[in-house]
Design a protein around this ligand. Structure first.
Ligand SMILES: [Zn+2]
Length: 285
């Protein structure tokens, strides 16, 4: 679906949305989905020009089809979370994720077949270009800048298009947000403080808050942005957590067998661990 001038939302059968930003010379694909069908061919046809790939973070539903491409870009921190393709993005692991989506969308028909779920050999690892903060993709007549926005994962990044000021926020900004909830072996989570600072930095860049596109079309419809207050409310919510100015609650999360702290700001729920509020040493240094 075209959602702005030369910007397309590609929703992968209710799993995750990818975004294609088309410049005069090339296009940028934001995320590669869980991996059903051939997103490379699809994106290249849609753009009619070469496609570069930017991955918002290293989760299976965002990097599933990455091996289709010869080269991808991802933040250095998130790449450190584990091997890009294995074990997180094995076919079995992605299949599990797809099954959860199918259960949620009971009765809905999807036009894909079992063999459309891509499978890659161990050798099929794309060349990975590691990104630091504020990386520009010059697409010809339009530049997309990618900023670190740690929280959901320690090295999550968002993409901001200079032509429209649209933001492609991956899983960094939504009405339901877990920050450093799930342990990552051998890695430090971003603190709430660090997360807030990053969102404030992006805010100050001058984004279009009425056009924030989260990767999951769960609190928005495909083709429609998140409601205009969400980014600011999440950002201010994080600040309130850092200041201790929130009503605390606890919740047991069965799936990860862990108790988390929760805070609500309007209809936005943020899950976190109290001990992760302050950063000190930043996750990306
Ligand atoms: Zn994620």
């Amino acid at each position: 679906m075209e959602i702005g001038e030369g910007i397309y939302e590609i929703n992968e059968f209710d799993n995750v949305s990818m975004f294609l930003i088309v410049g005069d010379e090339k296009a940028l694909l934001v995320d590669t989905g869980i991996g059903i069908g051939n997103i490379k061919t699809f994106a290249e046809k849609l753009a009619g020009k070469p496609v570069e790939v930017f991955l918002t973070h290293n989760h299976r539903d965002h990097v599933g089809n990455a091996p289709l491409f010869p080269k991808v870009h991802i933040s250095r921190i998130d790449y450190g979370m584990g091997k890009m393709i294995r074990p997180l993005t094995s076919r079995e692991s992605r299949r599990q994720y797809i099954d959860v989506t199918l259960q949620k969308q009971k009765g809905k028909e999807y036009p894909w077949k079992e063999e459309d779920i891509s499978m890659f050999s161990k050798e099929q690892e794309p060349e990975v270009i590691l990104l630091e903060d504020e990386v520009e993709f010059d697409l010809g007549g339009r530049t997309v800048t990618c900023y670190l926005c740690p929280g959901h994962t320690p090295g999550s990044m968002v993409a901001v298009d200079d032509r429209t000021s649209y933001v492609f926020s991956g899983d960094c900004c939504n009405k339901f947000l877990g920050i450093g909830v799930r342990p990552i072996p051998g890695m430090k989570h971003a603190s709430i403080e660090e997360s807030y600072e990053a969102m404030k930095h992006i805010w100050n860049v001058g984004i279009d808050v009425k056009n924030i596109y989260s990767a999951h079309a769960d609190f928005r419809k495909v083709g429609e942005p998140l409601e205009g207050y969400v980014f600011e409310t999440v950002m201010e919510g994080l600040k309130k957590i850092v200041e201790g100015n929130y009503a605390a609650g606890k919740k047991w999360i069965q799936m990860i067998d862990t108790e988390v702290d929760i805070a609500f700001f309007e209809d936005i729920e943020i899950q976190f661990h109290v001990e992760n509020i302050y950063g000190g040493e930043k996750a990306w240094t």
